[in-house]
Design a protein around this ligand. Structure first.
Ligand code: M6R
Length: 603
């Protein structure tokens, strides 16, 4: 989703901004822009629809300065266009602003304060910059005008503001949208994601909601809402530039699929000791053990991982588990049990839909845990506990290694709580060994890439739609497999409970419709095969992904056997590769599907 970068105190501000925006491309955007100025008060505003490469083509050599802000926009208010792209300027061109988030009361602000202003575009951000100008016109300093505007604005925001009459300062503020200050020697940077500025620094300072920061080349000053000074230590980002580069891979998605065996091994290393025992904070284990119901709350791929987590947790802990979509749960909260425990699954740790649930959970005083890939992310900071996924940065919009990492960490957590409750199934389950087997099996699947590519040519080159079917955990994987396929290849795909298809949706099956059956569970294998026969008789082109012990010679893709509870960790891998090759063969951008953002920071 939208991204912010800023720099103050370096001669090559333009290059730093553009490189920073490139690093944010993966988050999804439809337009971009930069504003650059400096001591001589030269000023350049360049905006473009489309990719950063299009913006770069519009930046002429004289666009230079020592201070600047940049933005990638994912349209919410107003269609993608150059006019609606950020940075936005006030009517008198004195103030220049970039914004992530959504201003909820922008209509009211317009009515109350901006009747005399003429606005160029349709964005809520333009309202904000005009509001700052409005308060400055009443005689307030830039800082005070900005502060006053913040008291009027409702909603989520990360703002970076430049007053072109004072190019020694960038003013920033945040509420519910991520923003960091990066510290350098005689320069400072701002960014909505540390990755954007790793080439400049790996020392960052977090900003809390409601704070304003005055950023100069040689210092930063943080103030809370009441104007009190806030002192906060910086932290070192445990990120390496090589983690965020794709090296020899054509796409991040392929690299991230290939990363999965290493991620499984890292999870074993981080969460188990040499005796194979789990290493998880005792407080987490005790709190879950004392709970009477676990609520998993998540969106998209993380939600799909949550269903597999439910199977694992219920089997090993005997605690009932419910899985909920964040965007529904927040506004239609079900009746809760007496001692609920909340688990938030979020690769990015920034998803606004999940965050609004966590805010309510905190207000009601319930215990919570976030499983996330991003250290210091909002959901991590705001939950009682965090377990990291240790998957390394996931850049492709289509989530792959975060899904398997979430399931693996949930398996470790289930084992830890299960052992604490002396659950026999859990006590017999050697998690370190089983995850190591998983790592090796994923490697063998990845080695079969070319076979999958050939099969995809046969099954998916021209189809408009496709189905994934399965039962139990195979159904859960079908949901994830179809999400993967549709979000990047644009083939309309549905993941269905195999037995449910005949209750209506089978009407969509016609001659040649690809139907992928996932078969990894002994007790349901025969039934799913029966359902596959039903669709075959109606013309479906069946593709079976089966565990070796349940396979038939005619099956298209066979997976070595793994522990029955962990089959989703391997059965999902061919489906990731199917989505990847289908997209490649259709000529679409695998890493940056249309309309999507990596981190969805608006509700
Ligand atoms: O960062 P999160 O895990 O909270 O993101 C939730 C979804 O937006 C995300 O899983 C999305 O569905 C995937 N990128 C799809 O591949």
């Amino acid at each position: 989703m939208c991204g912010i970068v800023g720099i103050i105190g370096k001669d090559n501000a333009t290059d730093i901004l553009v490189q920073g925006l490139e690093k944010l491309e993966y988050r999804g955007y439809d337009s971009a822009g930069i504003f650059v100025t400096g001591k001589e008060q030269e000023e350049y505003l360049v905006k473009s629809l489309g990719r950063i490469a299009d913006l770069q083509n519009k930046i002429s050599p004289e666009v230079q300065g020592t201070v600047g802000i940049g933005h990638t926009r994912w349209a919410t208010h107003g269609k993608p266009s150059e006019r609606n792209a950020h940075p936005h300027t006030s009517s008198n061109r004195q103030f220049i602003l970039v914004h992530n988030g959504v201003i909820e009361n922008f209509e009211e602000i317009k009515q109350e304060f901006l009747q005399t202003k003429s606005l160029e575009g349709e964005t809520d951000t333009e309202i904000a910059v005009h509001l700052i100008e409005h308060f400055a016109e009443t005689g307030l300093s830039t800082k005070e005008a900005f502060k006053k505007a913040l008291t009027v604005i409702n909603g989520s925001y990360a703002f970076a503001l430049i007053d072109k009459n004072d190019p020694d300062t960038i003013y920033v503020a945040k509420n519910k949208s991520p923003l960091l200050i990066g510290l350098g020697e005689d320069f400072n940077v701002i960014c909505s994601d540390a990755m954007a500025m790793l080439t400049e620094t790996n020392h960052f300072v977090e900003i809390a909601d409601g704070e304003m920061v005055i950023v100069k080349a040689d210092k930063i000053v943080i103030e809370d809402q009441k104007g009190n000074l806030v002192y906060r230590e910086s932290y070192e980002a445990q990120l390496d530039l090589s983690d965020i580069e794709k090296g020899t891979y054509p796409y991040y998605m392929l690299k991230e699929i290939d990363d999965q065996p290493a991620v499984m091994r890292r999870i074993v290393q981080e969460y188990t000791n040499t005796l194979g025992e789990t290493i998880i904070d005792e407080k987490i284990i005790e709190t879950i053990t004392a709970s009477d119901r676990i609520y998993i709350v998540a969106c998209g791929t993380s939600y799909n991982a949550g269903w597999v987590g439910k199977a694992l947790l219920e089997k090993m802990t005997n605690i009932p588990v419910e899985v909920h979509l964040s965007s529904e749960f927040g506004y239609n909260m079900p009746l809760l049990s007496e001692k609920p425990f909340f688990i938030f699954l979020s690769q990015s740790g920034e998803t606004a839909d999940s965050r609004q649930v966590l805010v309510q959970v905190n207000e009601q005083g319930f215990s919570s845990l976030t499983l996330t890939n991003v250290v210091g992310s909002t959901l991590s900071r705001e939950a009682d506990y965090t377990l990291l996924l240790h998957a390394g940065p996931e850049i492709a919009v289509a989530s792959t290694k975060a899904y398997t990492a979430q399931i693996a960490v949930l398996a470790v957590l289930a084992k830890a709580v299960g052992d604490n409750k002396r659950n026999q199934f859990s006590l017999d389950f050697d998690i370190a060994h089983e995850l190591s087997v998983i790592a090796a099996v994923i490697e063998t699947i990845i080695d079969e890439k070319m076979l999958i590519s050939q099969l995809v040519e046969e099954y998916l080159t021209t189809t408009r739609n496709a189905f994934y079917i399965g039962r139990g955990v195979d159904y859960y994987v079908s949901m994830e497999a179809s999400l993967k396929l549709k979000e990047i290849s644009y083939i309309q795909a549905e993941g269905f409970a195999a037995g449910e298809l005949k209750h209506g949706t089978i009407a969509l099956v016609e001659e040649g419709t690809p139907v992928f059956g996932i078969i990894t569970d002994k007790k349901t294998a025969a039934h799913t095969r029966g359902n596959l026969k039903e669709v075959e008789s109606r013309g479906a082109h069946n593709f079976v992904i089966a565990l070796a012990s349940l396979s038939k010679e005619t099956d298209q893709f066979i997976i070595p056997d793994v522990h029955p509870l962990l089959t989703p960790l391997v059965s999902v891998v061919p489906t990731q590769l199917i989505a990847y090759f289908a997209t490649l063969q259709r000529g679409y951008d695998v890493d940056k599907p249309r309309n999507l953002a990596k981190s969805v920071t608006v509700e």
